[in-house]
Structure formats: C-alpha cells, structure tokens
Write a protein that binds this ligand. Structure first.
Ligand code: N7H
Length: 482
C-alpha cells in the first residue's frame, strides 16, 4: 500500500497545499474571442502557472528560513487558472462527458441554490452576476502593488480575448490578526493529510496521520488520477474517482464562495447572548466555532483559551469528538464539529469521503472604530478543492451544516433525544429563516443545564459563488488550447 507518486509538476499549486499568499486577486472573466484565447493559453499561460512542485519548494524554503530565524523575504508570486462548465465547453467538446453533476449545474443554478439554502441569485453582487463567468485567474503575491503589477501584465497578454466580469482582491489580516479570519479566529489549522505528499510525523506509532490528529486521505479525493478513499475501510486504498476524460488527470474541482461576514453584528450578538446565559463572551464564541480565537480546540481546552496549545501544530489538531459524549466540551453544532465530525458518527470511514482542502483568504478592511453595524463589506473568499463537489463541499454544506438533526442519534444523559441544531457560522435554514443550536452553555465538567441559542440572522452571507475545474498544466498546454 505504497502511497502514489503525485505528479506535482502537472498539478496547479493552489490545489493541494495552497499558493503562498498575502494578497490574492480573483479575476473572473468571460471568453470573448475563443481562437485568440486559446492562442494565448497555449503560448503563454502554462509556462506561467505555478505548480504544486513550486509551492512545495517554496514552503521548504520558508520553513528553512523560519528554522534559522532568518528575516522574511518572501517574494513568491503565483498564477492559477480555473474554468467553469461554460468555459470548458468553449475549449473542448464536453457534451457527452459525465462530469460532476454539481459542476455541470453550476453554483448559480436555482437547483443548487435550493439544495444549499443559498440566498437567491438576485441578491448576489450585481457586478458578479452581470455576465457569464467562463473562468477565474488566481493571482497571488506578497503585497498589493506587486499583485496588481502581475494582473496588469496578464491582462496585457490576454488582450481582447477576454472580458473581465469581476475582480476582487483578498488579503491576509494585518499584524497580530495575520492568519485569523474576520470574526477573529485562527484559520487554516486543520487540513486533510494527503498520502504521498504530507510528511508523517510519527511513522512508527501513527503511520496513518501527518501531524498528530491529521488523518491521511488518499489523493484521489482531491486530484483526479489517483486512488481515493476505500468505501469500507478508513485507511486502505480505494478506487480512483471516475474521470470523465483522460485530460482530467491531475485536475481538481474548485468551489468559490464569497462570504460576507457581519462582524460588528456577530460581536454584539455574542455579547448579548453571553450576558443572557451568564457566561463569558469568548466562551460562547468558542462554543459556536469549536475552537478559541487562538486555535486551541475546545476538546482540549473546554473552559478557557490556551494560546500555546492553539499555536502548537503538534497538539492543536490532536483530538476526536466521540469521547465527548454529551457535548460537554464542544457542542455538536459547533462549526468544526459539524463540518468534520471525525469519529462522532456511525462510520468514520464514511466521514472521510466528505473531506475538502480549503484555500480561502479574507477580503475587505478591518472594522473601523465606531462601526457598530457593518459599513464596509468584508468576509472570506472561501475556496475549496475536491474531485466531487456533490459528495464533498455540497454534502458538507447541505447534510451537515444546514441539517439541524446532524449529528444524529445523540441522547441526553437522561435518555432524551438531542437535536443539535444548525452550524451557527455557516449553516443556512430554508428561506433564510432563524436557526438555533443546542447547548451553548457548557455542562463541563458536570451539570445538567439545558440551554439553546436562537440565532435570528445570518452573520455569514453568501454574495457570489461559482464552480470551476482546475485543469492540469499539461491539459492547459494541449487539449484545452488545441
Ligand atoms: Fe470553516 N470561523 O471562523 O468560524 N472554519 N469557516 N468553513 N471550516 C474552520 O481548523 C469559518 C466554511 C471548514 O478539519 C475554523 O483551520 C468562517 C465553509 C472545515 O477540524 C474556523 C467561515 C466550509 C474546517 C472556521 C467558514 C467550511 C473549517 C477552524 C465563513 C465548508 C476544518 C480553523 C465566513 C462548507 C475542520 C481550522 C477540521 C475550519 C471559520 C466557512 C469548512 C475558525 C468564518 C463554507 C472543513
């Protein structure tokens, strides 16, 4: 059961480990001259696309510098390209191919919107929905000016072959908030380990984990052409996910969601509800997320934050939920427990078939002094990669986050049935209705207080979404530009 050798030179860099980025420009475009576009694509783009190999090499360089305590001088620039179903259809014949049904439908299709309880397309950003999106360029770098320089260079190459439909820049938050999303929580801690890529920290005792608690997943779950998870065994090699055409090898599906975050409203809600429940506001916020701001997981730090734990990559992901039987440490509905329930369902093997690799970045300015209701648009440019949008991202959003019954089968110590409630961060009720979650107040280490948190409004609001295919670099050079 040797892990497969991944063709890192052919896989786009954002897919597995994520392009290094302080700043990322998302450039959504429509192809207006197919022949001209294919010509630019063939001649110039593949040579400029950042590969997974470059990303891993850069990462090694960054880690080496950190180890020797050398000053940062990261000047990494990245370029990746995704194509929507409409975009692909213009470059290659796909009429007869059985692609992922969700990808074929698209994120803005009414059925998708209904499946995910998303806000109506008419409420999305006007500029984003004003025209058809055929693709997206991801342009990353260390700062705004250098990214803008590279965007302009790219636009010069593309000339009149495309029209920019929508362009937006994401950036990591400043100073001590670096790495934290806008509600204030450290993000990007937990990612699936990838067999054949992620280093195994303790091969003797934990051969199936990268860092402690980071279960290794077969790469076919994220990139086409490799073995996927076994349907009945948590660690055995499974069949490669079905590939509709040979050129999909080394490609991946990308989900993009522009999620605005109502930060002042979130803070006020948490403060008011914490006062009502008689608990500290930081504890309530942590019980909604499942981690403290520092990243420390509630399973290991149930009552107070532990910043050293939060920043320790050997410990901050080393936990399960199954032994927390009555949600004493972490509520069943907490964001991280909902979206990745670990060993807390009837089958962990099944849970591992719904994993995603996240590669998002915050956007928008910091909350300004005196901003008590949101005045400036900010949030998360959420991005994730998988080989089935239907079985991975959509499953998580629909069957976990939006499903108040999940995780099912839980009972109170007294025997009563528990309805865990919605994911308080990203869960969406039908018709944008109010949501609730069970047991915001901890019964830890003991107690039997029954509380619920009623959440009348969304603090995370979808304002644009699209599904893309991130082809291999060789497919961009050949089949897709022929
Ligand atoms: Fe979530 N947040 O600040 O509350 N997320 N997320 N997410 N999320 C995670 O573990 C957040 C969103 C996942 O493996 C952390 O890296 C916010 C969507 C998954 O244990 C925090 C938004 C989806 C994980 C947040 C948002 C997911 C995860 C902890 C939107 C998919 C890993 C840090 C604005 C449907 C779970 C970390 C694991 C972690 C937050 C969106 C999924 C703090 C604010 C749309 C799989």
């Amino acid at each position: 059961m040797n892990p497969p050798a991944l063709d890192l030179d052919d896989i786009q860099g954002d897919v597995l480990e994520g392009l290094q980025k302080n700043v990322e420009n998302f450039l959504f475009f429509k192809i207006v001259n197919k022949i001209y576009f294919k010509d630019v694509l063939r001649r110039y783009i593949p040579g400029q696309i950042t590969s997974a190999r470059q990303v891993t090499d850069w990462q090694t360089a960054i880690e080496r510098r950190k180890k020797f305590d050398q000053a940062r001088s990261d000047r990494f620039h990245g370029l990746n390209l995704g194509l929507s179903h409409c975009g692909l259809a213009q470059l290659v014949v796909i009429g007869m191919l059985k692609l992922d049904p969700a990808f074929e439908r698209g994120a803005d299709h009414q059925n998708t919107i209904e499946t995910l309880n998303d806000p109506l397309r008419s409420t999305w950003l006007k500029e984003f929905v004003a025209d058809r999106t055929d693709g997206v360029f991801l342009i990353t770098g260390p700062d705004r000016s250098s990214v803008t320089f590279h965007v302009n260079e790219l636009l010069r190459l593309l000339g009149s072959s495309i029209k920019v439909v929508y362009s937006e820049i994401g950036n990591v938050r400043p100073g001590a908030e670096r790495g934290h999303e806008h509600f204030g929580f450290l993000d990007g801690i937990a990612q699936p380990g990838i067999r054949g890529l992620t280093e195994v920290a303790d091969p003797r005792r934990r051969p199936d984990q990268g860092l402690p608690g980071q279960d290794l997943i077969w790469p076919g779950e994220f990139v086409f052409g490799y073995p996927g998870q076994h349907p009945e065994h948590p660690t055995n090699e499974g069949p490669p996910p079905r590939m509709a055409a040979p050129w999909m090898r080394n490609g991946s599906y990308m989900v993009f969601r522009r999620l605005e975050q109502k930060v002042p409203e979130f803070r006020r809600f948490v403060a008011e509800q914490a006062a009502r429940l008689g608990m500290h506001r930081e504890l309530l916020a942590a019980r909604m997320v499942g981690r403290w701001r520092s990243g420390a997981p509630l399973e290991a730090a149930p009552l107070r934050d532990d910043p050293r734990l939060g920043s320790d990559e050997k410990r901050n992901n080393d936990f399960e939920f199954g032994d927390d039987r009555f949600q004493q440490k972490c509520p069943y509905a907490a964001h991280i427990r909902k979206v990745y329930p670990r060993d807390d369902t009837a089958s962990e093997t099944e849970v591992q078939r719904h994993r995603i690799i996240r590669a998002g970045i915050p956007f928008g300015p910091e909350v300004t002094p005196g901003e008590t209701t949101t005045k400036h648009r900010r949030g998360l440019m959420f991005v994730c990669y998988q080989t089935s949008i239907e079985r991975q991202f959509e499953y998580i959003q629909k069957n976990y986050a939006n499903n108040p019954e999940f995780v099912t089968g839980k009972r109170r110590p007294s025997g009563g049935v528990v309805t865990p409630g919605y994911d308080p961060i990203i869960g969406q009720a039908p018709g944008n209705d109010a949501r609730q979650m069970d047991e915001p107040y901890p019964n830890y280490p003991a107690g039997s207080r029954r509380t619920t948190l009623a959440i009348p409004n969304q603090f995370v609001v979808l304002t644009a979404a699209a599904y893309f295919f991130m082809p291999s670099i060789s497919a961009l050079r050949t089949v897709l530009s022929a």
